[in-house]
Design a protein around this ligand. Structure first.
Ligand code: ADP
Ligand code: F6P
Length: 321
């Protein structure tokens, strides 16, 4: 009997650990008797029929590589009925039995669309933002936090030498987890996130207090969705006369080798996804809670609202004194 075929794709923004996850999906798939194919450039590849056979060797030497060897894309066409019809035609032509998608909540909606069309599809959370409520962590978040902490540590040297206030803008549109975690681990004086209210008055008072307490330089971490670093620097200078400098970390947060934690997460997520597909299950996403890998219904997962970790924010505040 011919082996069933599983396709894997990465979709939306890339995140460190996606390659380690592709490796895990492919090797677990093959171990379980499936044939594996990689889809190029997210859902685009399903529509344009760009698929490549994958085996244990094609995922060699990628465990620690950033980005995604399959490449990724945002594919608007896949949101349309026409696009999905074309994708289904190619899926059938290539004898694909199930699909594993690594991406964010948008990509998960694509999994649901495929599952409704009769192709079981499973979502694995891959995004540096950690903005999915149903899971404690998304793939790539830990690496991004480590990258930001490394950057803060370097920037701190110069700010300390020059008695400056450093404003560091990090990624995170609706979710401030990168700012919060990296702010704590990098010893920031003030953290600004989209989920928690802040004011210029509060910020400048804090900076003045830090100066009065003997600090000669300070670090402010701001999530891009909360405020722009350059505007903050301008306003702080105006209100306090302190010397300010801004750094926008940008895409260095998305690249680079995944941390050991992310490689472990990628390996575990991939194994779980194959287990689900093996049972013919689709429309579910994989996550981690209290260090246990689990899965849940995609619609349910995407409708959950992420709680802001006020306890962690309070810890950051006390540690910044
Ligand atoms: P992320 O997965 O990181 O949240 P996007 O929201 O940009 O990123 O979604 C990635 C891709 O997932 C989209 O470009 C599209 O191909 C697919 N997608 C998003 N929403 C839907 C939807 N409602 N139906 C089908 N596919 C979708
Ligand atoms: O979702 C991850 C993320 O890095 C966001 O924090 C950021 O706003 C966005 O992607 C930028 O994506 P791109 O520039 O690739 O469109």
């Amino acid at each position: 009997m011919e082996a069933k075929r599983i396709a894997v794709l990465t979709s939306g923004g890339d995140a460190p650990g996606m390659n380690a996850c592709i490796r895990s999906i492919v090797r677990h798939g093959i171990y379980n008797g499936f044939e594996m194919v990689g889809v190029v450039k997210g859902y685009n590849g399903l529509i344009t029929n760009e698929m490549i056979p994958m085996n244990n060797r094609s995922v060699g030497n990628i465990i620690n590589r950033g980005g995604t060897i399959l490449r990724t894309a945002r594919c608007l066409e896949f949101k349309t009925e026409e696009g999905q019809k074309q994708a289904l035609e190619n899926i059938k032509k290539n004898n694909i039995y199930g699909v594993v998608v690594i991406g964010g909540d948008g990509s998960f909606k694509g999994c649901n669309a495929l599952t409704k069309l009769g192709i079981p599809a499973i979502g694995i959370p891959g995004t540096i933002d950690n903005d999915l409520a149903y899971t404690d962590y998304t793939l790539g978040f830990d690496t991004a936090v480590n990258t930001v902490v490394e950057a803060i540590t370097k920037i701190r040297d110069t700010m300390a030498s020059h008695d400056r206030v450093s404003i560091i803008e990090v990624m995170g549109n609706k979710c401030g987890d990168i700012a919060l975690y990296a702010g704590i681990c990098g010893g920031a004086e003030y953290i600004i996130v989209p989920e928690y209210e802040w004011s210029y008055e509060g910020l400048c008072t804090k900076l003045e207090e830090s100066k009065a307490a003997g600090k000669t330089s300070s670090i402010v971490i701001v999530a891009e969705g909360a405020a722009k670093g350059a505007a903050l620097a301008e306003e702080i200078k105006k209100r306090t006369s302190m010397d300010t400098r801004t750094t926008v970390l940008g895409y260095i947060q998305r690249g680079g080798s995944p941390s050991a934690d992310d490689v472990l997460l990628a390996s575990r997520f991939g194994a779980h996804a194959i287990n689900l597909i093996k049972q013919g299950i689709g429309g579910r996403c994989v996550g981690i809670k209290k260090n246990k890998i689990f899965d849940m219904d995609i619609d349910e997962a995407c409708s959950m609202k992420k709680d802001f970790d006020k306890d962690l924010y309070d810890i950051a505040e006390i540690l910044s004194r």
